[in-house]
Design a protein around this ligand. Structure first.
Ligand code: NA7
Length: 539
């Protein structure tokens, strides 16, 4: 075992959060080391390298704003960037800012213990290293801990088993294979059309149908990026002031869009169909009442079903593809040719609501009705979101209490999504209780990293070495965040999203991302800082 190494700050992870945290803290004069379990930088965009993996936010918005050089020098090629391009971008950032010298790859943090006598963290890794640091910044990601699906017999499958969230670096050639995909969230919806093109036959095992619509991705036009770069600051200011940290979602710009006024329940069916013809995939949600009233929401889903029926030729398949849960409960998915894929002769939709999986055998997925023989099984079954990655580390705060224990018994509580009471000097970038996944992640990450850096500079200037969320402030924040989702579609009956932790058996049902929007959240964080970090105790 090596000797103990001392740093002002340890950063966990080298994705968007970790890279910026290393840079920001280093620039502020702190000694810093990042520990990253992968053998490359990129975080989420390192692991999720399945065919078709793509961001649903435009490249010009899903990128760092803190460095004018990077903004100027990097050339995006598509409206919405694919995984290889984002991974290449983050590698470029690591090189351009000379970050690699402060990052240790292939190094997983396994345990962290807060020493109450010195107010420092003792950190252990799977390589037997030990570190001591005053501050720990967890840039562990919101969707980074794969969920192991509870499928009887999965470990007996003898064919090739692939997880979208840890897809092989060398890729996989599906040509000539009988392939099954389990899971139809974003990852499943993105890889299914591409796998279908190569596979001999593709079986899609669907438990919950997806609300998806065409992404309308395209290459950036000549001169388009230069136009953005000429006025980048204007776009960045708009982003920072936008509810979700972005001015467009997919190819649709929000600029100049007014909130809808017409109400679906007050509109005759023939009129609704006219709106459908006029607005296409935008029609289901283009009503004032659809996101606020469950009956209106069902009417919106009915319109959505009509759009699917217009694409998918087999009426039974089309029916199975219409979601049975409220629109707006889970994340809107953007796809490229998803519904069209079900018109192919080599694609079969297996509706698990009609025929649940009984077991997986050495060469098949068996439902209560049929046995589907497969050579390859792709699992697109999601993540233990927002808390999973930190729960995997044995984190012991005051009195030896583990974070896992706190989050299991109390739910994923935090103050501002930045700290958890009882875990001094540990910051969670885009933790539960912050806008995080309901916003443009890069904008939220920059806001958090800058807030944390300013906080550490403040503490240094005032000769303080401990900051800790106060239990009362934490309880008030948790209550405030919960009050915002109470009675909404996001928390309605029949809504079982990973936002609520509902995809993980036994996880306490709390809506983890903050729903009050980025501007209000930023104001609150700024107020807290301006009032000498109210709600935190400093010593
Ligand atoms: P998601 O969105 O959590 O999707 C996981 C999918 O896998 C979803 O359709 C699940 O069905 C399905 N699933 C999970 N376990 C099972 C079992 N045991 N049997 C059948 N089906 C199962 O993860 P993604 O990776 O697609 O996307 C995550 C986020 O990344 C996404 O929201 C974007 O923000 C980017 P269920 O819905 O639970 O019925």
């Amino acid at each position: 075992m090596e000797g103990v190494r001392n740093y002002d700050a340890i950063v966990i992870g080298a994705g968007f959060s970790g890279l910026y945290a290393v840079y920001s803290l280093r620039e502020a004069g702190f000694s810093v080391r990042a520990l990253e379990k992968a053998d490359g930088v990129g975080g989420t965009w390192y692991w999720n390298r399945y065919p078709g993996a793509r961001c649903d936010v435009q490249s010009i918005e899903y990128s760092y704003s803190f460095s004018k050089e990077i903004q100027e020098e990097w050339e995006w090629t598509e409206l919405m960037p694919a995984q290889p391009e984002i991974e290449a971008y983050l590698n470029f950032v690591a090189d351009r800012l000379d970050l690699r010298k402060d990052i240790e790859l292939s190094t997983r943090v396994t345990a962290m213990t807060f020493d109450e006598s010195s107010n420092t963290w003792f950190i252990e890794t799977d390589r037997g290293q030990n570190f001591v640091a005053r501050w720990v910044i967890a840039g562990t990601g919101c969707l980074s801990e794969p969920l192991e699906p509870d499928l009887p017999g999965l470990d007996t499958f003898k064919g090739v088993q692939l997880f979208t969230n840890r897809f092989p670096k060398e890729g996989f050639d599906f040509t000539g294979h009988r392939v099954g995909v389990i899971g139809t969230g974003s990852s499943g919806v993105q890889c299914i059309p591409i796998i279908a093109e190569a596979a001999d036959h593709l079986y899609v095992f669907q438990r919950s149908a997806a609300y998806s619509r065409p992404a309308n991705n395209r290459p950036l036009r000549p001169g388009e990026l230069e136009g953005v770069k000429a006025n980048y600051e204007e776009l960045r200011i708009k982003q920072r002031n936008a509810f979700a940290g972005l001015v467009s979602f997919g190819a649709v710009s929000f600029e100049g869009l007014k909130p809808p006024e017409r109400r679906i329940l007050e509109t005759p069916i023939e009129e609704r169909m006219k709106v459908l013809d006029e607005l296409g995939w935008s029609a289901p949600a283009a009503w004032a009442d659809v996101m606020f009233d469950l009956e209106a929401n069902r009417a919106g889903t009915e319109l959505y079903g009509e759009l699917i029926r217009r694409v998918v030729k087999d009426p039974d398949v089309a029916e199975s593809l219409v979601p049975h849960y409220p629109m707006g409960c889970k994340r809107q998915i953007l796809d490229t040719g998803y519904f069209e894929t079900f018109n192919r002769d080599n694609v079969t939709l297996v509706d698990l609501r009609k025929e649940p999986i009984e077991r997986i055998t050495a060469n098949s997925v068996d439902t209560i009705r049929s046995s589907y023989e497969l050579d390859v099984l792709v699992l697109a079954t999601g993540f233990d979101a927002m808390t999973g990655a930190l729960n995997r580390i044995d984190i012991r705060g005051r009195d030896g209490r583990t974070l896992r224990d706190v989050w299991t018994t109390e739910g994923p509580v935090s103050y501002l999504g930045l700290q958890v009471a009882g875990f001094p000097n540990l910051f969670t970038v885009t933790g539960p209780g912050s806008p995080s996944v309901l916003s443009n992640m890069v904008v939220s990450i920059e806001q958090h990293v800058e807030w944390i850096t300013d906080c550490l500079v403040f503490l240094r200037e005032h000769g303080l070495n401990t900051i800790e969320a106060e239990p009362d402030a934490q309880a008030a924040w948790v209550e405030h965040a919960a009050s915002l989702v109470e009675g909404t579609i996001r928390n309605s009956e029949g809504c079982n999203s990973w936002y609520l932790g509902a995809n993980v058996p036994g996880k306490k049902r709390i809506h983890m991302p903050y729903t009050g929007g980025l501007p209000a959240y930023r104001r609150k964080c700024d107020e807290v800082a301006a009032t000498g970090y109210s709600g935190f105790s400093l010593s």
